[in-house]
Ligand binder design. Structure first.
Ligand code: GCB
Length: 634
């Protein structure tokens, strides 16, 4: 599914802003459907409150009932469609994501339904709109998670002081934020238009020539009626706007472009000019050079390859220095926020990270574009967390989440790996065939990227790793196991990583480690929850990673987590999960400075990058002293 972009043949407008909002009665979630709330303004059926889009609705008001609401909520708003849109073109409605299930009406008529948060969906609304007039869009959103949703949850009825109440429970460790989380777009296309573009890139042996293989899918009557007369002209422009390649396709709309003296896409700190993007311009023509549609796509030219010991980009081994993250912030929850996104990328670059995992669901398309531009590598994770009770319905939905994810993200150079699950219960017998299906299905969608999953069961019990290309493991030494024991980290990390490698003979990375840390809590000697403890836990892991790095198969370290984030209420969480290296307000904790020194030191050692001038704070000019001190002087 292509991201909506303006061009000489397309217009885009957003429906972001303040919508009207109604929370349904939890005990009567289908009332709005039965009473036809979508047939007229919501305010005619129920009192509404203003609700920002995009945003999670949970933390916008001061009401506990809305924060913890289970079931359906309703949104609506009015908008105008210009008269000009009614002529000779088509109009599409596109949601960046609605969590978890969405039902959409335009002017009271059903437009689209979609299940699965964090993934875009769209539908044609040409026939549903009033042109040169006002229109109404109504959305019903349901956040209920059950055993066959991705991710899974449980709904139960529990007695409370007023009778019974509905409880949503889930085992995953992040708040089940809900609502219209990303932008809503209306956009036009010509009657026959470019519907899908897939690009695959490659580099010659010495990285001097790049190839861009493309395949275009067209939608529209011209495509059906006069199939053989359609063709495309494709041009590639460099950053300066100079054309560096062009080709004219035949009617199959599949082919290849060659870029000489190519500038490959490199990750941040692996090259002095990371994140180099070309622009691919696609012009679709009908017979007699009639221009039908124009779409432009950013393309990074790079190649990935992997063996049982290494993972290479453009022929160079990768050592990942990264994070697990969340799309999470106060007030807006998981809602797209450009200011926050830009801040996060500035922090990633400040700290010298070259990668992150989109734990535990697909992140916004806008953030994927940012990652392309900044050269941040992404392990792209589908929304399957703590997967258990494997069954066919779940398998189908799990596969669907990957199908939607791969279609959305396959053209991003930043995406270097697919993660098919986080902490699935892979000790269960059924996990073997279940993950065989999921992994093989993902491979059938994209064979150019390796597949991983973040696993937490001990390697001896695991039944999924043999279906993966790269093993990722999560472990909390000195936190969940042997709490407080800093002397029980290093050797355990080394032996666990080694165990995984021995069992599967594949590259291994540590996808999660860390310690909850209350900002401003200082305790010396280090004690759990203090800034000193987080710093020490990191340092003990660094020692293990350095020992492991000597084994070529250990390919990366990912701290849990980039920033503090909200979770469900439990007695193990003080205002949420505090394992962030940054606070929820995106300010560094003490460990951030240590991590920065490590990530840049690794960058210098592994990728010969330059380090920033302020990496080490000035302490003393040792060379200026001609007195030799030893420890006895202290
Ligand atoms: C994990 C999970 C992550 C949690 C983390 C923790 O293993 O993958 O979602 O937030 O542990 O802090 O408990």
């Amino acid at each position: 599914m292509l991201y909506p972009r303006e061009s000489e043949t397309r217009e885009v407008r957003t429906l972001d802003g303040i919508w009207n909002f109604v929370r349904s009665d939890e005990t009567n979630p289908t009332q709005g459907i039965r009473d036809g709330w979508f047939k007229d303004d919501l305010s005619k059926s129920m009192p509404t409150i203003p609700m920002p889009v995009p945003a999670s609705y949970n933390d916008i008001t001061t009401e506990q009932t809305l924060r913890d609401h289970v079931g359906t909520v309703w949104y609506d708003r009015k908008f105008f469609v210009p008269r000009s849109w009614g002529q000779d073109q088509r109009v599409w409605l596109r949601f960046g994501s609605v969590h978890y299930e969405a039902f959409v009406w335009i002017n009271g008529r059903s437009a689209v339904k979609h299940e699965m948060g964090h993934l875009p969906f769209e539908t044609e609304v040409t026939h549903l709109l009033n042109y040169g007039a006002e229109n109404r869009i109504t959305v019903m959103c349901d956040n209920a998670l059950i055993q066959t949703t991705v991710p899974q949850g449980k709904i139960s009825e529990v007695a409370n002081d007023d009778g019974v109440t509905i409880i949503q429970s889930y085992t995953f460790d992040f708040f089940n934020y809900a609502g219209i989380h990303r932008s809503v777009h209306l956009y036009t296309t010509p009657k026959t238009f470019i519907e899908e573009v897939e690009v695959k890139t490659n580099l010659s042996q010495n990285n001097s020539v790049g190839t861009v293989d493309y395949s275009i899918t067209v939608n529209g009557t011209a495509a059906n009626e006069a199939e053989n007369t359609l063709f495309a002209r494709l041009q590639i422009y460099n950053r300066e706007g100079v054309q560096v390649a062009n080709v004219t396709s035949d009617s199959k709309l599949v082919g290849s472009l060659q870029v000489d003296n190519v500038k490959p896409w490199w990750p941040y700190l692996m090259h002095s000019d990371p994140g180099y993007l070309y622009e691919l311009e696609i012009r679709l023509y009908a017979a007699k050079e009639q221009l039908l549609d124009v779409y432009r796509l950013k393309v990074g030219i790079r190649t990935l390859s992997w063996t049982n010991t290494t993972f290479l980009i453009n022929g160079k081994p990768i050592y990942f220095r990264g994070f697990g993250r969340h799309e999470d912030a106060d007030v807006r929850g998981r809602g797209l926020d450009n200011a926050l996104m830009a801040r996060d990328f500035n922090l990633l670059k400040w700290i010298g990270a070259n990668a992150y995992r989109t734990s535990h669901y697909p992140y916004s398309e806008e953030s994927m574009q940012f990652a392309d531009q900044h050269g941040i590598m992404i392990i792209d994770e589908c929304p399957s967390v703590d997967t258990e009770n494997f069954n066919q319905v779940l398998l189908d939905r799990h596969k669907s989440s990957l199908e939607q994810l791969v279609h959305r993200d396959r053209n991003h150079p930043s995406v270097v790996m697919w993660s098919i699950a986080n902490e699935p219960r892979t000790g269960q017998v059924n996990a073997d065939t279940y993950f065989q299906f999921v992994a093989n299905y993902t491979r059938s969608l994209d064979s150019t990227r390796p597949i991983t999953a973040a696993i937490a069961v001990p390697s001896n019990d695991d039944k999924a790793g043999r279906h993966l290309d790269i093993i990722s493991f999560n472990r909390y030494n000195a936190w969940y196991s042997n709490t407080g024991r800093l002397d029980m980290v290093t050797q355990r990390v080394i032996s666990e990583a080694t165990g995984w490698n021995k069992k599967y003979d594949k590259p291994v990375l540590m996808s999660e480690y860390g310690a909850d840390t209350l900002e401003g809590l200082h305790l010396q000697p280090a004690f759990v929850w203090s800034e000193e403890f987080q710093t020490e836990v990191f340092s003990r892991h660094f020692k293990a990673f350095d020992a492991l790095r000597r084994q070529k198969w250990f390919i990366g370290e990912f701290v849990w987590n980039f920033a503090d984030f909200k979770t469900a209420q439990t007695y193990t969480r003080v205002g949420g999960n505090k394992k962030g290296v940054f606070t929820r307000a995106r300010q560094p904790k003490a460990a951030a400075h240590l991590l920065r020194q490590r990530y840049f030191a690794l960058g210098r050692e592994v990728d010969q990058c330059n380090v920033p001038n302020d990496l080490f704070t000035y302490i003393v000019d040792v060379g200026a002293s001609n007195v030799n001190h030893d420890s006895a002087d202290l």
